[in-house]
Design a protein around this ligand. Structure first.
Ligand code: B12
Length: 432
């Protein structure tokens, strides 16, 4: 697809960008599965480079929202939305959507806004935080690599490398995730941030403390099939390796077949699977089912932002015949590995744990029954299950609505006497 400039001032050209957006929307709606590639930069033809960068970026955002699947563009000349001045963005949007009104022509306003603006000077004017730790976070968000290692060197003078990763660099990644989620940052910029993060971690890694000596245990680590996210997994690798574990890091998009082939060869103490896409949580579950089918019982640790503890420790644990753990971060991965190495995941230890739980269960049931009885005795609460009882409601629709709630006692301030406090105190003193 090609679009045309909306910046000539010709009446006929004003709505061309808008029509292109509508075209994208209709093709996507009427021809499902058809991809669309757009030559983007025409949209801003006639303007100066600074104005073009902004208009192209804003237009790309709206074209993506409309369903565009690919664009031909110069990535160095596109800005993520969060970096664009809000006023410039607003006028660019008025221009794209042809929001002219009496006394306001967005094209004239846009030209005025960018009159004499030079791209190089504009870039140089970007505010760079003075504090080195704030600057490191900023570097991750901006994907700004030049000067990164100097800053890391400087930061290491007062902070340990691991703390720099966990506090400052990961804070930057959190901002990136947030901006990406809100559609304020396009994928190429996320990639730049990810590359900057990787470069920072690679620089810091040799400076981290390392436990020397014999291997404390082995783990095969992989990002699951269909998923390319590996920053977290690689951090897990670094933390475990530096703490004396042997890590077989298989990389991204790993089918279960390969994970199991390598496991058969190296006989690891655990298999670690990582995945950040919601789809990956399903793949992990399928992987566990496949492991069952093959009679594999190696302890498994699952990690990645799309997972929840409940999903792993309740749903997936019910499926997998070996020991299964959730790790919310690399450090929980480390402590889980330690527990596995202490023998917690052996069938005998797990059987013992189950027996202990079975002994505790009747005691717990008694407490729950008692709590239920007490709860039922409370007026208006009859029939509602006690917290933790197996009768607890699972669906919203099951919550009974026909309850008579007891009236709550008044707990606010109450005036019991109005008078002159000084007089009362003096009087009281005399009386005493
Ligand atoms: C960077 C990034 C990318 C980069 C990845 C680069 C790379 N080499 O990793 C790129 C640009 C390539 C990318 C691509 C995509 N991404 Co992306 N990406 C992110 C982003 C912004 C940050 C992820 C990250 O690195 N976090 C920092 C690390 C350190 O955290 P972590 O991975 O969670 O790991 C920690 C723990 O979870 C844990 N852990 C993780 N794994 C394991 C494993 C074990 C064994 C253990 C013990 C612990 C453990 O320990 C780690 C460290 O403490 C997230 C947003 C987010 N909030 O997560 C989106 C995000 C994950 N991406 C998302 C999407 C949609 C995509 C794309 C589909 C976009 C697209 N339209 O193409 C593609 C996916 C392609 C694919 N097939 O996988 C969505 C996923 C949404 C969903 N519901 O599925 C997210 C959540 C963004 C969003 N808000 O929408 N992405």
């Amino acid at each position: 697809m090609l679009t045309f400039t909306i910046c000539t001032g010709n009446e006929d050209d004003r709505r061309l960008g808008l029509e292109t957006l509508e075209g994208i929307r209709r093709v996507r709606a009427e021809l499902p599965g058809v991809g669309l590639i757009l030559g983007l930069s025409n949209i801003s033809f006639c303007l100066n480079p600074a104005a073009r960068h902004v208009l192209n970026s804003v237009y790309l955002h709206h074209a993506s929202e409309a369903g565009l699947t690919a664009a031909i563009l110069h990535s160095g000349r596109i800005e993520p939305l969060h970096r664009i001045d809000p006023k410039a963005r607003a006028v660019a949007e008025d221009l794209i959507f042809d929001r002219r009104r009496e006394g306001y022509d967005p094209l004239q306003e846009y030209l005025r806004l960018f009159e004499g603006v030079d791209v190089a000077k504009k870039k140089a004017r970007r505010e760079v935080p003075e504090d080195v730790f704030a600057r490191l976070k900023w570097r991750i968000v901006e994907g700004e690599k030049p000067g990164l290692t100097d800053d890391l060197q400087l930061a290491m003078a007062s902070k340990k490398p691991l703390e720099i990763i966990n506090v400052d660099l990961l804070a930057g990644m959190a901002v990136v995730g947030d901006l990406f989620g809100r559609g304020e940052m396009q994928l190429p910029f996320v990639l730049q941030s990810a590359e900057t993060m990787k470069a920072a971690v690679a620089f810091l890694e040799p400076h981290m403390e390392r436990v020397e000596g014999e291997s404390r245990g082995k783990i095969v680590l992989a990002t699951v099939r269909g998923d390319v996210h590996d920053i977290g997994k690689n951090l897990v690798d670094i933390i475990l390796t530096n703490n004396g574990y042997s890590v077989f890091n298989l990389g991204i998009k790993q089918p279960i077949q390969h994970i199991l082939d390598v496991s058969r060869e190296h006989r690891p103490d655990a298999i670690g699977m990582s995945g950040l896409l919601v789809k990956s949580t399903v793949i992990m579950r399928e992987n566990l089912e496949e492991m069952n089918r093959r009679g594999v019982t190696t302890p498994v640790i699952l990690g990645g932002a799309a997972l929840t503890r409940a999903y792993v420790e309740e749903d997936c644990r019910r499926i997998y015949q070996g020991a299964l753990y959730y790790a919310k971060d690399a450090f929980e991965g480390l402590s889980t590995m330690a527990r596995i190495m202490e023998g917690e995941a052996t069938p005998a230890a797990r059987e013992k744990k189950k027996e202990a739980a079975a002994v505790e269960a009747p005691k717990l049931a008694k407490v729950v029954a008692l709590a239920g009885a007490v709860a039922d005795a409370v007026p208006g609460r009859a029939g509602r299950p006690a917290p933790g009882s197996s009768r607890s409601w699972s669906k919203k629709s099951e919550i009974p609505r026909d309850i008579e709630y007891p009236e709550a006692p008044f707990l606010g301030p109450v005036v019991v006497w109005e008078g002159d406090l000084d007089g009362a105190l003096v009087g009281g003193g005399r009386a005493g």
